[in-house]
Design a protein around this ligand. Structure first.
Ligand code: ZN
Length: 268
């Protein structure tokens, strides 16, 4: 394989309230934002960082987020457009286990699943106010059992038993691919920086920063475990971007999203 390539896989969109996107700041009102997965073609294998949401899960558990997702915006659909199948993916890295970042994991049955050790523990025993965020555990029957829940009755849900690899601390998980600890939004949240041959590094904030507006205003979202750590992670991302001359890619940014190159286009 040649130079590393990075593809953004459009995963559709969701709606939340403006006061949730911009905690204690707003303005209130429906805010529709994009969700996406990041595919990295690296000489060591194919990696996916986050996998978007599962439409059926959102309709069942959080229909008020009004999911809009076409078949091409599912993980199998987006990969098919690149002539790839789910089993071609070697590693799944989850920034965290909120439902809109792990909903496509269950399709990637041949991949090793990588996450922060604290994140797996948090997904096992979420705080009461985190239950909706951590509501999609279809990628791990063990997790569902640990929570004392029953597996969904629908066999078509195709419960997936992952090979977990938990890590902690900042890590270069493959040459030029860096995971940085950015906790606060959740216990074991990671952001990802990818160095490329022909341009500035890409720094994917994941939910440590939803949008450029959050960064510019230094305002976190209302979904968080620890608001003070969340603000510190915003500061950390800004410093990392400066230090590495990296371009920030936000997780849920309706204003920045149109300017990002989407698959089948790529960054290299
Ligand atoms: Zn999240």
């Amino acid at each position: 394989m040649s130079d590393t390539k990075v593809y953004l896989l459009d995963g559709g969109s969701l709606v939340i309230d403006g006061f949730h996107a911009f905690w204690n700041r707003g303005p209130a009102g429906e805010l529709r934002f994009p969700c996406y997965a990041v595919l990295i073609e690296h000489k060591d294998g194919r990696y996916i960082f986050d996998t978007g949401y599962d439409h059926a899960h959102v309709m069942r558990v959080l229909p008020f987020e009004k999911p809009l997702q076409t078949p091409d915006q599912t993980i199998p659909g987006a990969l098919a457009k690149l002539n790839l199948r789910p089993k071609d993916i070697n590693f799944v890295i989850n920034s965290h286990y909120h439902f809109d970042h792990c909903g496509g994991n269950k399709h990637l049955t041949h991949a090793c699943t990588v996450c922060h050790a604290k994140e797996l523990e948090a997904a096992r025993h979420p705080q009461p106010f985190e239950h909706l965020g951590y509501s999609d555990a279809t990628f791990s029957p063990e997790l569902v059992k640990a929570r004392g829940q029953k597996l969904p009755p629908d066999p078509a849900l195709d419960i997936y038993t992952p090979k977990f690899e938990t890590i902690s601390g900042d890590q270069e998980i493959a040459k030029g691919m860096w995971l940085y600890e950015t906790p606060g939004h959740t216990a074991g949240h990671y952001s990802l920086m990818v160095e490329l041959a022909n341009r500035r590094p890409l720094l994917f904030t994941a939910d440590a920063c939803y949008s450029k507006k959050n960064m510019d205003m230094m305002v976190i979202s209302s979904f968080h475990l620890d608001p003070v750590a969340s603000v510190q992670s915003l500061v950390r991302l800004k410093e990392l971007a400066t230090k590495h001359d990296a371009e920030l890619f936000y997780s849920h940014d309706p204003e920045s999203w149109p300017g990002y190159i989407k698959a089948p286009g790529y960054y290299s």
